[in-house]
Design a protein around this ligand. Structure first.
Ligand SMILES: NC(=O)c1ccc[n+]([C@@H]2O[C@H](COP(=O)([O-])OP(=O)(O)OC[C@H]3O[C@@H](n4cnc5c(N)ncnc54)[C@H](O)[C@@H]3O)[C@@H](O)[C@H]2O)c1
Length: 244
């Protein structure tokens, strides 16, 4: 059991799927959790009740995101930021328009940069903190199986941001790590073309999709006090899809 008493976590994209599982897992270990999502209705249904809270916002609204991160982490012994919100694109490269490319990067990468920047001073004042970025196997090997080049590019950027921030924030005892999930059974998988989903599944040695709580367990470990000497790491949670 990981000890998160006195911790406060902000989780983006927390209304469903992996983000909700992360929020529940962190709360279950004793952290106070702020769930952020742009889907206010789903967020209302996901609410964990006091002392936890929800904030309906779009992570591309930078002033709102900065304020919610700073407020959600204030006063914690161990502030935790989980950058999880993301959009998938499915257009093949020749059909991918610049606006979609830009939007996917704004949600999947730019928002993480803004949230990290907002979290850092609060974490520094607390004597340290944990940042966990939810990336993807696509950020390591590229997308392209079903037209996910913008998604993969943004996730690769997120992995580079993870390592850069890990180096720059280490002197403040702030660790920055990532998880790189393979295919996990959420709405995101349901939005994939079925033949593409079948092709992906055929490459998973463990022969099934992951569950959101299995990714959440890895995130929770990296967010814990016990993981204080791990930084700049990318933890694969992928059923063996990629072993590197
Ligand atoms: N499901 C998978 O197979 C899989 C695989 C690898 C990586 N991931 C990553 O895991 C994370 C969670 O994925 P998921 O499968 O749970 O996705 P999901 O689509 O089920 O949930 C994503 C959540 O993010 C929210 N969101 C999206 N854009 C937002 C925005 N602009 N502002 C605020 N909230 C926003 C959505 O409303 C939704 O609640 C993502 O970073 C995703 O890239 C998922």
């Amino acid at each position: 059991m990981l000890e998160l008493d006195g911790a406060a976590a902000v989780v983006t994209g927390a209304a469903r799927g992996i983000g909700l599982a992360v929020a529940r897992t962190l709360a279950g270990q004793g952290a106070r959790v702020t769930l952020l999502d742009r889907d206010a209705a789903a967020l209302g249904a996901a609410a964990l009740g006091p002392p936890h809270s929800t904030v309906a916002l779009d992570v591309t609204d930078h002033p709102a995101l900065r304020a919610a991160v700073a407020q959600g982490l204030a006063g914690a012994d161990l502030p935790i930021l989980v950058n999880n919100a993301a959009l998938l694109n499915t257009e093949p490269l020749p059909d991918l328009d610049a606006a979609t490319w830009r939007r996917v990067h704004e949600v999947n990468l730019d928002a993480a940069f803004v949230a990290v920047q907002a979290a850092a001073p609060v974490m520094r004042a607390a004597g340290g903190g944990r940042i966990v970025n939810v990336a993807s196997v696509a950020g390591k090997v590229g997308g392209g199986l079903f037209g996910t080049s913008a998604y993969a590019s943004a996730k690769a950027g997120l992995l580079a941001l993870t390592k850069s921030a890990a180096r720059e924030l280490a002197q403040s005892a702030i660790t920055v790590n990532a998880v790189a999930p393979g295919p996990v059974d959420t709405g995101l998988i349901a939005s994939m073309p079925p033949e593409a989903a079948a092709r992906v599944l055929a490459q998973v040695p463990l022969g099934r999709y992951g569950r959101p709580d299995e990714v959440a367990a890895a995130v929770c470990f990296l967010a814990s006090r016990e993981a204080a000497w791990i930084t700049g790491e990318v933890l694969d949670v992928n059923g063996g899809l990629l072993m590197d």
